[in-house]
Write a protein of this length. Structure first.
Length: 515
C-alpha cells in the first residue's frame, strides 16, 4: 500500500455534527482507510508526539485543506455506462421512445476500445463532481464476457469505486411496453427493443450471471458485485427466484427499475394481475423485497406499496433529473421520507439526464416538493445530502464502510474549495452544497486512500488523450445513431399512438401535472 496521507485543517462534514458550520479537523489515511479524524494530528507529528494510528509509519503526503470543506464521496446509486457517448443527443422525449434510440440492443456490437473509452469517460465525469462510488447497471449486448472484463479494467485503472451489475432480462422488450405489439405494423416490429434483450448462449441466463459474478468477486479491489434484473416485468418469476437465491447466498445487492414511467406501471397492471398488478407484491413473492433490494425510480408507487417497502427495509433509488427529461413524472419523495424508506440517489443514463452530477440530483430531490407537497417540511438539505451518501451506501450493504468521514471508513472523500461564489458567505455548508454548488468547487477527490482528482483534473489517467479518443470513436456511433433514427422516424406515428393510449389509461395514481 501507499504511504499514509494527512489532510489538514479542513472543515469536515459530519452528518452527526453541525452540518451548517462543520468543525475543522485533520484526517489521517492509512492503507486506504480513514485512521483518525480529529484536530491536532499535524501538530502532534510536528512536535514529534506519538500518533498511535500511524503505527510508526511516516506521512507520505500532506494536503492542506484549510479554507476548504471536506465531504464524503457521493454514491451514485443508479447509473449506466453504456450510453455515455450519447449525452446531448436527445430532447426531452418519453422514456419508451428514448430507450429505442439510446440503448445497446438498438445498436450493432461496439468495439472494446469504445467500451473502455465510454467507461473511463463516465467515471471521469463522476469523479470530477465528487462521486467516488458508482453503481453501474451495465447492458452488454450482445453479451460478451470480454466486454465485461474491458469495463472492469477501465474502472480499476481510473480508480473509482464501482458496484457492478450486468443488466439482464428474459422477456423481450417489445412485450414489456403496453400497446407496442398491437400498434406497430408487423414489418416494423423487429425494431422494437428494450433496455436489454434476452441473449441466447450455451448456458442458461442464471448460469451465465452466476459464473460471471462468482468468478470475478474480489478480482479488483474497488469493484464489488451486484445483480441487475432490468425490471420485474422484464423478468420471469423463475429468473427472479433464482436471482433471489444467488443474492442470499453471496449477500449481493440487487438493482432494478420499478415503475419508472406510466407505461411500466400499466404493463404491471396488465401482466401481473395475479399479484394485483403490483410489482412490489411480485418481488415480495420472489423473495426479493428485502434490505438488499434497490428499486430505481419508483415514481408510480402506491401508498400501500410504500408501506410494504418500508416494512421490508428495501431501498429506493430516486433519479429526479432523468425522470423529468424522460417525462416520466415526479416520485412521491415526501411519502418515502415520511414512511422511513431508505432513499438513495442516482444520476441515471448520460443520454437521459444528461450528466453525472449529484449536486443536481440533490437539488432536485429537495426542491421537487414544490409540485408534490403544499405543506413545508422534509426533505431538507441534510436529507438530500444523506440520500447522496449514506443511503446509497446502505442500499449496497456498505453503510459501515462508505458515505461518512469517520475512523474505520474507506478514505473516499472530496475537498471543496470554499473560495468560490457558491460558498461566500458560508451561511450553511449543507444548504449551499445542495442548493448552490453545481460541482465547480470540487478540487481534490480521494478514493480508497488514493488521490484521483487533483486541481480539478483526474490524475489516474490522461484526460486529454481520453477526450480525443472518445470524440474519434463517437463518429462511428453517431453514424449508427443516424440509421436508428431514420428507422424510428417511420415507426414514430405508431409509437406515439401507443404512448397516447397508455396515458389515457387509469393505473390508480397520478405522478405528473398535465393539461
Ligand atoms: Zn436506469
Amino acid at each position: 500500500m501507499s504511504e499514509p496521507i494527512l489532510v489538514t485543517g479542513g472543515k469536515v462534514y459530519d452528518q452527526d455534527g453541525d452540518v451548517h458550520h462543520p468543525a475543522s479537523a485533520d484526517i489521517l489515511i492509512v492503507d486506504g482507510l480513514i485512521a483518525a479524524v480529529r484536530p491536532g494530528i499535524a501538530e502532534a507529528i510536528r512536535r514529534g508526539a506519538p500518533v498511535p494510528e500511524l503505527s510508526g509509519r511516516t506521512i507520505g503526503r500532506t494536503i492542506d485543506a484549510s479554507g476548504r470543506l471536506v465531504i464524503p464521496g457521493f454514491v451514485n446509486a443508479h447509473y449506466h455506462s453504456h450510453d455515455v457517448l450519447l449525452k446531448g443527443c436527445f430532447e426531452t422525449i418519453p422514456l419508451e421512445l428514448w430507450l429505442l434510440s439510446a440503448l445497446p440492443p438498438a445498436f450493432p456490437k461496439r468495439s472494446k476500445a469504445e467500451l473502455r473509452a465510454r467507461t473511463l469517460l463516465g467515471a471521469v465525469e463522476c469523479l470530477r463532481s465528487g462521486i467516488t462510488t458508482v453503481q453501474d447497471l451495465a447492458t452488454v449486448f450482445p453479451y460478451d464476457e470480454e466486454h465485461v472484463d474491458t469495463m472492469l479494467q477501465a474502472y480499476d485503472d481510473v480508480g473509482i469505486r464501482c458496484i457492478f451489475a450486468l443488466q439482464i432480462a428474459d422477456v423481450p422488450g417489445a412485450k414489456s411496453i403496453p400497446f407496442w405489439e398491437e400498434t406497430v405494423p408487423e414489418d416494423m416490429r423487429k425494431g422494437l427493443s428494450g433496455a436489454v434483450e434476452p441473449f441466447p448462449g450455451p448456458k442458461s441466463l442464471i448460469d451465465t450471471v452466476t459464473d460471471l459474478t462468482t468468478s470475478r468477486m474480489g478480482r479488483h479491489r474497488r469493484i464489488s458485485w451486484a445483480l441487475g434484473p432490468s425490471s420485474p416485468e422484464r423478468c420471469s418469476e423463475g429468473l427472479l427466484r433464482d436471482l433471489a437465491d444467488l443474492s442470499a447466498k453471496h449477500r449481493l445487492p440487487v438493482y432494478t427499475h420499478v415503475y419508472e414511467s406510466k407505461a411500466m406501471t400499466l404493463i404491471a397492471r396488465q401482466t401481473h394481475a395475479k399479484y394485483g398488478g403490483s410489482l412490489i407484491d411480485f418481488l415480495d413473492k420472489c423473495r426479493l423485497l428485502n434490505p438488499r433490494m434497490n428499486m430505481a425510480h419508483s415514481v408510480w408507487m402506491l401508498p400501500e406499496e410504500i408501506r410494504k417497502i418500508a416494512d421490508r427495509n428495501a431501498n429506493v433509488v430516486l433519479n429526479p433529473v432523468g425522470n423529468l427529461k424522460t417525462r416520466s413524472g415526479v416520485a412521491p419523495i415526501r411519502q418515502y421520507v415520511d414512511a422511513g424508506v431508505n432513499v438513495g440517489l442516482g444520476c441515471d443514463n448520460c443520454s437521459c439526464s444528461d450528466c453525472q452530477n449529484m449536486f443536481q440530483s440533490m437539488k432536485m430531490f429537495a426542491s421537487l416538493a414544490a409540485i408534490t407537497d403544499i405543506e413545508p417540511g422534509p426533505p431538507t438539505a441534510a436529507n438530500a445530502f444523506y440520500a447522496a451518501t449514506v443511503a446509497g451506501a446502505r442500499g449496497a450493504g456498505m453503510q459501515d464502510r462508505l458515505g461518512q468521514i469517520k475512523p474505520g471508513f474507506a478514505a473516499d472523500f472530496s475537498i471543496i474549495d470554499l473560495n468560490d461564489p457558491s460558498f461566500v458567505p458560508l451561511n450553511s455548508a449543507v444548504r449551499q452544497l445542495v442548493f448552490t454548488e453545481a460541482g465547480r468547487s470540487v478540487e481534490t477527490v480521494i478514493v480508497d486512500g488514493k488521490i484521483v482528482v487533483e486541481n480539478r483534473k483526474v490524475v489516474s489517467i490522461d484526460e486529454a488523450a481520453l477526450y480525443a479518443e472518445a470524440a474519434e470513436l463517437a463518429k462511428g456511433l453517431m453514424k449508427d445513431l443516424e440509421g436508428i433514427q431514420t428507422r424510428l422516424a417511420k415507426m414514430l406515428p405508431y409509437l406515439a399512438e401507443a404512448h397516447r393510449k397508455t396515458w389515457a389509461q387509469d393505473v390508480g395514481l397520478h405522478r405528473y401535472i398535465a393539461r
